[in-house]
Design a protein around this ligand. Structure first.
Ligand code: TPP
Ligand code: MG
Length: 125
């Protein structure tokens, strides 16, 4: 938001994990109140993915209840705050969705469900 205020003519985009976005999603209301056309991209894996990765690396018994989150529809959360939103299910649709988001000249949220398919054993080898 500070970047957008300092550079009103510049396209500003925020890439967030769903866990991180949960910690700051109240700022959707701030974006609307200040009419800041920031585009937010939420990568949603219903988990604190990086923490899950480290826990799996360091423990034979993953603490799922500490790292996995319930499903949340971030487009509805955005709409509830007066922010338009798009969910894309195919990454090929991302460039077009991003361009359309910027063309609104309003805050806009793009939700992208993701499934990290890294192989834990391969990563620690
Ligand atoms: C303010 C703050 N709190 C906690 C952390 C520790 N932390 C690092 S990654 C992470 C999980 C992030 O989950 P998410 O945003 O969903 O991203 P993912 O790894 O799933 O893509 C956390 C809690 C941090 N880096 N900063
Ligand atoms: Mg996540």
């Amino acid at each position: 938001m500070a970047a957008q205020i300092c550079h009103p003519e510049t396209r500003v985009i925020a890439f967030c994990g769903d866990g991180g976005f949960h910690a700051t999603s109240q700022e959707l209301e701030t974006l609307v109140r200040y009419s800041l056309p920031v585009v937010i991209v939420v990568l949603s894996d219903s988990a604190f993915g990086l923490i899950k990765y480290y826990q799996n690396r360091n423990s034979s018994e993953p603490q799922r209840h500490l790292t996995e989150l319930g499903p949340v529809d971030f487009t509805l959360l955005a709409n509830a705050n007066g922010v338009s939103a798009t969910k894309i299910l195919d990454i090929a649709d991302f460039p077009d969705a991003l361009e359309k988001a910027f063309q609104t000249h309003q805050p806009h949220l793009i939700e992208i469900p993701v499934k990290y398919d890294y192989n834990f054993l391969q990563l620690i080898a």
